[in-house]
Design a protein around this ligand. Structure first.
Ligand SMILES: Cc1cc2nc3c(=O)[nH]c(=O)nc-3n(C[C@H](O)[C@H](O)[C@H](O)COP(=O)(O)O)c2cc1C
Length: 390
């Protein structure tokens, strides 16, 4: 049996009374019905002009293509809530010109009958000064990412961030809130707060990056305080049913680690559950394991199952899924939906391929995944019904 009957939530319903078999089963979320359970995960592709981060026609074409080919739940690339953030080639969301650009994306995606959520992010210690006009990055504590970063001057060591002040935290919290309001005002169906992958919110949550001695550090409750304040501000501004989050309890990307990921994220999920938000996207272990930390699987064996009974709302599983494992996790009730990242890069028509049992294109043009124009972004072959009929 699928999740919907066994995991009650006010946002996910089983009104369809269907047996949930897998990725291609329909789902009702709030007042909308989606034909399948496949989500486009947020992916930075850097196709905008980095001098202004205004979404352009390339983004309109990309997201529309994904929607037209059957993916009806799209999360955008991470979008900077303020100018100092990295990934400036992504579409940002802190001024009206950027939002006008997004409006074209949103309208076009809506014409294809899909829902679209804007991913809001602040990079924290991952904001390299060379990419941020010389500004020293801020983070919960002054601990640098070990390793190098891609900057406009090439690969350089990450720099030591400055411990953020409470006044600055208030400003950033307000930036998230304003960005959330912008998203709704310009037609997005909701937002996803990027609480994963070692960016600012995640840096507060996890023990390795938050060594603060004030009420924002020093205990799990305190480490969760700022993330929950941001969530609450966004809920206040746009409503809980439009706020989703993404978490990565075991992620090592950006030199991240938590000593007790189950305890930390279980408490986070308990708190989030009380707020009845739109969804949680739960990442599995990533491929960035380093020698510094224990293997993720030694910390939590099955990360999706681990938090499934704590968080009772719409639960999206992510990381390294394929058609079979995606079907399995949905049919055994451990997730409501599955999000795909990498597979969408070379298969913008991923859903059509799943529906028609076609082989996937596994040749990702990695040299052109980030930045540039159409090449490596809009030149992957699309599903052609004629070919399958033959
Ligand atoms: C090129 C690329 C860019 C990404 N950019 C983002 C991003 O902007 N925000 C985010 O939350 N995750 C980002 N991710 C992570 C994906 O959303 C996803 O969590 C990850 O790739 C695991 O899913 P997969 O195994 O289906 O690819 C990115 C991944 C890739 C491959």
């Amino acid at each position: 049996m699928g999740c919907c009957s066994s995991k009650p939530s006010s946002l996910v319903s089983n009104e369809l009374n269907i047996k949930v078999e897998g990725l291609l089963s329909p789902i009702i979320i709030k007042d909308y019905k989606l034909p399948n359970r496949i989500v486009h995960a947020a992916m930075t592709r850097g196709r905008c002009d980095p001098s202004n981060s205004i979404p352009n026609d390339l983004l309109v074409e990309y997201y529309t293509k994904v929607a037209r080919n059957g993916c009806k739940f799209i999360i955008t690339e991470c979008s900077g809530i303020s100018p100092e953030n990295c990934f400036k080639g992504n579409g940002f969301c802190h001024n009206n010109q950027q939002m006008e650009g997004w409006k074209k994306v949103v309208d076009s995606v809506h014409r294809e009958g899909a829902k679209i959520f804007l991913q809001l992010f602040h990079g924290g210690r991952a904001n390299h000064p060379k990419n941020s006009g010389g500004i020293t990055p801020v983070a919960p504590s002054a601990i640098a990412i070990r390793g190098k970063d891609h900057t406009i001057e090439g690969l350089l060591d990450h720099v030591e961030p400055r411990e953020i002040t409470k006044e600055e935290m208030k400003i950033i919290c307000n930036n998230f809130k304003e960005a959330a309001k912008n998203a709704i005002n310009y037609g997005f169906d909701g937002i996803q707060l990027h609480c994963a992958n070692g960016y600012l919110i995640d840096q507060f949550i996890r023990s390795y990056t938050n060594w603060r001695k004030d009420e924002y550090g020093n205990s799990i409750e305190n480490r969760l305080r700022f993330p929950l304040e941001i969530i609450d501000e966004c809920i206040d501004a746009i409503g809980a049913d439009k706020v989703g989050i993404k978490v990565s309890p075991l992620g090592r990307y950006n030199d991240m680690y938590d000593e007790t990921p189950f305890k930390t994220f279980n408490l986070f999920m308990m708190e989030v559950n009380k707020r009845n938000i739109a969804f949680v996207e739960m990442m599995g272990p990533d491929s960035t394991q380093t020698k510094f930390f224990p293997k993720p699987e030694e910390q939590i064996g099955d990360v999706w199952k681990a938090f499934r009974s704590t968080y009772k709302g719409l639960y999206i599983a992510n990381s390294k899924f394929d058609f079979n494992s995606g079907n399995e996790i949905i049919s055994n009730g451990d997730a409501d939906m599955v999000s795909f990242g990498t597979k969408f890069i070379s298969n913008p028509d991923l859903v059509r391929r799943f529906e028609n049992g076609l082989e996937l294109n596994n040749k990702v043009d990695w040299g052109n995944v980030f930045f540039g124009g159409r090449k490596g972004y809009l030149d992957y072959p699309e599903y052609n019904e004629f070919i399958t009929r033959k």
